[in-house]
Ligand binder design. Structure first.
Ligand code: NAP
Ligand code: ZN
Ligand code: ZN
Length: 347
């Protein structure tokens, strides 16, 4: 076993604290890398605080992981020592079911293995994430990273990036579409960048008036306040797509009414409690509501390559790991610009 260290939550109510633990030895198809940066996703906070239920403790969160390879197993082809490597939200899946065969590992019929807070079906125990120094992962679930982009700003692409890129690609969002992005946090700011890069006309819907100038810099052509009833009414039947990234309960019906004929609201945010849906808000304009979960391994690589080719990265606030509990409190207040990334040199 490989001794390493990280930050872990011991219970749903405890703060994250220093934690010693072990990674498995590097198998023939595994790589080991030193984690240099790890992004802080709102899903980390949901799971640390057991807001979705079923959390496993101690929990080392983190699934926006980038670093430098130190060891590779004998059968590894994609990586050698010294290469950059990245890991997102998945570290394994059955690799045999129809979804896995199509590169949709996130929808593995047998249940994909999350990077943390998951039972490891192959090696036993529980998976530990990226708020740590070293990572061991099967090469099939490790991504190649551009040497040219600033590495700390690449980390959030592994979740916030792919989670917004994937639905925009699936629904073929681009030129001629009116798109709204709801919630300007980690996912929201990447949705703005991608939707604008794909040629859509983009509106930011936010609860934070002080984010307007940034929203426009990030790619929004228009800005409106989500909790201003008049502004929302003025947007009636405007959008072809809504990418909803909001992390807390809010009014889906008001948002649905801003969809044009055949419009779709794609929910990527995961509020911890159910949300009321009015039939009338859906059936007017023949609207749809949909969801989308992260992205598979091939599409994650495609997204990273797209970002390298188009010089797209996340806007980040780099923090030391001992700031993580404060970062969570700020994230809860929507005070994120626009992703916290942990500098693992501070651990
Ligand atoms: P984040 O950085 O905290 O951003 C969420 C934003 O939502 C906030 O900045 C705020 O933006 C807005 N917001 C927060 N509370 C709100 C409320 N009560 N009403 C209206 N708007 C509110 O979070 P994130 O990391 O982007 O994650 C967003 C959500 O996506 C989380 O639930 C996370 O678990 C989920 N997620 C899902 C997937 C997936 O595969 N589908 C992947 C990753 C994350 P404004 O200040 O602009 O209003
Ligand atoms: Zn995430
Ligand atoms: Zn599968």
């Amino acid at each position: 076993m490989i001794a390493t260290k990280g930050y872990a939550a011991q219970t749903a109510t405890s703060k994250l604290e220093f934690f010693n633990f072990e990674r498995r030895d590097v198998g023939p198809s595994d790589i080991q890398f030193d984690i240099l940066y790890c992004g802080v996703c709102h899903s980390d906070l949901h799971q640390v605080r057991n807001e979705w239920g079923g959390s496993l403790y101690p929990m080392v969160p983190g699934h926006e992981i980038v670093g430098k390879v130190t060891h590779v197993g004998a059968k590894v082809k994609k990586f050698k020592a010294g290469d950059l490597a990245a890991v997102g939200c998945l570290v394994d899946s059955c690799r045999e079911c129809e979804n896995c065969k199509q590169g949709l590992e996130q929808y593995c019929y047998n249940g994909a293995t999350g990077t943390y807070n998951a039972r490891d079906k192959v090696h036993g125990g529980v998976t530990y994430g990226g708020y740590s120094k070293q990572m061991v992962v099967a090469e099939e679930f490790a991504l190649k990273v551009s040497e040219t982009l600033p590495l700390a700003n690449v980390a959030p692409l592994l979740c916030a990036g792919i989670t917004t890129y994937s639905p925009l690609r699936h629904w073929k969002v681009g030129k001629g579409h009116n798109v709204a992005v709801v919630g300007l946090g980690g996912l929201g700011h990447m949705a703005l960048k991608f939707a604008a890069a794909f040629g859509a006309d983009v509106t930011m819907l936010s609860t934070s008036p002080n984010k307007e100038a940034d929203a426009r810099k990030l790619g929004a052509h228009h800005f409106a306040l989500l909790n201003d009833a008049k502004q929302m009414k003025d947007l009636k039947s405007k959008f072809d797509f809504i990418i909803n990234t909001v992390s807390a309960p809010h009014d889906y019906n008001a948002l649905l009414r801003t969809l044009n004929t055949n419009g779709t609201m794609i929910c990527v945010g995961i509020p911890p409690t159910p949300i009321e849906l009015m039939g009338f808000a859906l059936l007017g304009n023949r609207r749809s509501i949909a969801g989308s979960s992260i992205g598979g391994i091939p599409e994650t690589q495609e997204m990273l390559d797209y970002c390298a080719a188009h010089n797209i990265v996340s806007d980040i606030e780099l923090i030391n790991i001992n700031y993580i509990n404060e970062a969570y409190e700020r994230m809860l207040k929507g005070d994120v610009k626009y992703r916290f990334v942990i500098d693992m040199a501070s651990l």
